[in-house]
Design a protein around this ligand. Structure first.
Ligand SMILES: [Zn+2]
Length: 71
């Protein structure tokens, strides 16, 4: 990922932040994404297509979210 991203609102510097999801209990997991029409497998999980990365503006707090496909 390039690190020269700029905020679309105020042109501030975007810093990478970790997007986390609260799983079972208090365990935090990196956020992932699946296709909108993905069906749950028998395991109860969706087939994951990638992870979610967030970048937050250091000036105004705007968060931009990108999907990073995994192989
Ligand atoms: Zn900003």
């Amino acid at each position: 990922m390039s690190d020269d991203r700029k905020c679309s609102d105020c042109d501030g510097e975007l810093r990478e932040v970790r997007m986390i999801d609260t799983g079972h209990g208090d365990v935090h997991h990196p956020m992932k994404y699946a296709a909108a029409d993905a069906k749950q497998r028998w395991t109860g999980y969706y087939p994951v297509e990638g992870i979610v990365k967030g970048f937050m503006c250091q000036e105004c707090g705007l968060i931009r979210i990108y999907g990073i496909p995994t192989e």
